[in-house]
Design a binder for this molecule. Structure first.
Ligand code: APR
Length: 251
């Protein structure tokens, strides 16, 4: 069943009526904060080889992998702007008791900076490192990135960014929390994701009872398979329009 296109009145009414909404977000929600997507003509994978983020490659070539990671993530993220109106709208909907939480595939931490409190970082975060030997976690710092590959101060083990690499399993806690949020949801907002990466892309299908509003400038697999409404727009424009209809001041 194809989604209804651009029905902002209906979308705003559904949001106003929701009591247990959940948002599922991808790289697209952070584009207007200056962080590129992975796929699409400007996407990272059109410029870099995703094999550099395979777990096996990381262990075999830690320095080369860390050099790429520093260039792609930390240089990009350190120049990114803060949360945009789409992140801010989701945080405000949580404050108003409409939204129960955000499940994000993003590792940029922008939902938390926008004020969202219940955030499931399904793919982890770029802002922490974990020791591959003693499992101790620490915040990422410029000093730590000064000499690659970074070593654990406690045991000297190889440090790894605390985000999920290709070939790495998803933490069971993230799965459990995401499925619970979706199974209980009366409204699902799918924002800025191509829905191409398993197993994250299956999470929206756990929301069996929910009405589904998708925000994306392009149709995706969800548009055909899951969404009831597609707001075919960039996240910030859609967020501004919805905020106006909901009487929410994002400034
Ligand atoms: N606003 C909203 N959506 C946008 C915008 C925008 N301004 N610009 C692009 N998009 C959409 C694209 O149309 C696309 O559907 O964002 C989506 C980005 O898709 P991907 O780059 O595949 O990002 P994502 O779905 O988050 O990828 C999932 O893949 O490489 C892994 O771990 C990585 O978490 C990532 C996962």
């Amino acid at each position: 069943m194809a989604a209804v296109l651009n029905d902002y009145d209906l979308a705003a009414r559904w949001i106003a009526e929701a009591k247990r909404a959940v948002a599922f977000t991808g790289a697209g929600i952070s584009v207007e904060s200056g962080i590129p997507t992975f796929r699409g003509e400007e996407g990272l994978w059109s410029r870099f080889d995703p094999r550099l983020l395979e777990l096996g490659y990381f262990y075999d070539h830690p320095e080369a992998s860390w050099r790429f990671i520093r260039q792609i993530f930390y240089d990009t993220l350190s120049h990114a702007k803060g949360p945009n109106d789409a992140h801010l709208l989701l945080a405000e909907l949580e404050r108003r008791g409409v939204l129960r939480g955000v499940i994000t595939q993003n590792i940029d931490g922008l939902h938390q900076r926008a004020g969202s409190r219940n955030v499931v970082e399904f793919h982890g975060t770029a802002w922490r490192v974990v020791c591959t030997a003693c499992r101790q976690k620490a915040s990422i710092t410029p000093e730590l990135l000064a000499s690659l590959p970074p070593r654990c101060q406690a045991c000297g083990g190889l440090l790894k960014p605390d985000f999920i690499f290709f070939g790495e399993g998803i933490g069971p806690e993230n799965y459990r929390k995401s499925e619970a949020l979706c199974r209980d949801a009366d409204l699902l907002l799918i924002v800025g994701t191509s829905g191409e990466v398993m197993p994250a892309s299956m999470i929206p299908f756990e929301a069996k009872e929910a009405r589904v509003i998708e925000i994306n400038p392009e149709p995706t697999r969800y548009t055909e398979e899951k969404s009831d409404i597609l707001l075919r727009a960039k996240a910030v424009a859609a967020a501004k329009t919805l905020a106006r209809r909901l009487g929410i001041d994002l400034s």
